[in-house]
Design a protein. Sequence first.
Length: 660
Amino acid sequence: MLKRLINAGRFRRWAAGALTAVIAVALFQSPLRESWSNWSFDWLFLLRPHVDVSSSDVVIVEMDAESEAAFGQIPVLAWDRGLHAQLLQRLTAMHADVVVFDVLFQDSDKPTAADEAFLQAAQTHGRVLFGAVQLEKRSPAGERIGSQLLRPFASSLPLDQVGLVEESFSADRAIRRHFPGDERIPSLAMRAAELTMANPPRETATPRWVNYYGPPDETFPRVSYWRILSNALPATINFSNKVVFVGARTTIGPTAGSGTEYFPTPFGSRMTGVEVNATAYLNLYRNDWLARAPERLEFWCLALIGALAGSRLCGMSAKQAALAAALTAAATVLVAVFFFWQMQFWFPWLFIVGAVLPVGFVASRLVHPIKPLETLAVKESAAATVLPAASGVEVPDHTMLRCIGRGAYGEVWLARDAIGSFHAVKLVFRKSFSSAVPFEREFRGMQKYTPISRNHPGWVHVLHVGRNEAQGCFYYIMEAGDDESSGQEINPNTYQPRSLASEILKRRRLPPRECLDIGVALADALDYLHGQLLVHRDIKPSNVIFVHGQPKFTDVGLVTEVSNRDRDVSCLGTEGYMAPEGPGTAVADIYSLGKLLYEASTGRDRKAFPEVPESMVEGEQPELQRCLRAVILKACQQEPQSRYASAAEMRDELMKLQRD
């Protein structure tokens, strides 16, 4: 009986469906669930056109660096409350409907004269809201034992003027769900909705999801704080009957929380907290927040889809099953986009596309018998894909031992010379380039760099440069970097060069003193290079190796002359490390060095700049960390004229911190 079932295919289809369903729900309950669900949410925004809400009744007033400078406010201190009083007076005169402060005002029990003026201005306006934060209290064992509400102005405000600011529920700090508030205080967005709507939405146990209308800075009208008090408003800004959100747009100081007021968004860029709160409010006002099915319903839907996928694909040939899975995946994406776009509803579609269907396909093949001819075809195909061994390049007086790195343009090999010394040999192949121009550019870079490479300890020493026209390449021989574990005691079978990138990967982030030592050494090396009227153009942690413990710049193929008005330098380098204006100048190299030190000191990717881990704010040597961050921030200013004028100036600033 069993044999008949197998021959008929029923048992195989049942087994494939059951296997797929079990694996699908197991993945849904695994640690992958949060990240895959987050990606399902985020990527839908990239597939939907941006929603134009520029004509809405929301305006953002930014407490930005321009305003700090205009009013003489110190970034590391709280703003003068007298300025907020003046702002409210101006907004009252311009008939702003509601003013929402996304700023946490933490004070002592004795308000100052400026506080009283601020509160009086708020009372005069009559429709002003203030942000609050709720902190969880936990036992030594980590159990939640209560919460503490941080209310503004030492709890002197009535509760109906206070709302909780949006907070993240995700490990990546992105805000995807509306903050629900608690039984005493709703969210700040809900407070604003209660003031502006006749029938505001009620707080429910069902989560609301944030409907981002567009990328940061492209959604709402916004104006710098100082323009309001200076009567310098753009003609496009009108506050009459508007809901005005006031919040930070700086990356240091109490208004920004050392970078914590910037949150990741589905668009790849970071959004200020005040814009997130404004978005949450407009979701409530427009009744267009996003919804999601209950977890239990999603669980059973995935199980059902898994069972259907595995059983249906099992009855098809491999090509038919692959095509059916691909078409089903495309249909799933289209359905997800339709529901998201037209019905403000989303579901974790990536589980279906990236897990259920691939698992169903594999399960269907596992229980589907492979014919002998198909087996032979698979073997022949596998044999046909075996590549012949790559022919080696001959380097005079050197034995090429092992490839230790590959890049876009060539390979780096560990080699041994005639007397047994180890060197690193970089091979740059002509075939790796689309034309001869970039190949010759790399060679010219070596021509410029080699004569000076041994004149400074911060640059890797080039010992010889040669060309092999017959094999279409050139090569250069360098001193070998330290091994990750044994320094200059090199075992060619296990050798792994120690680079700054590998140190960051292994240790997460480096202590501030070590960052200073590395920064001084590399800034001094840059100063020497710039003194030769040359620039590097590709400074990053992977291009810094250690030789006898000394950090040195390497991968010098992009070294070229300093750019000037009569000669432009090609825009070459690595995204995230390149200055906004492009490479080719000394200050652009300084910007890249700042990003390198940012990664080394924080352990964060350079694209997260200027975000700083919260653990660093009160961690090891906080004052030194703060001073080092100030150097990095100056080196990475958007405007070239705001950075250090030279690498020597940056080096001297770092050396001063070394001595303190």
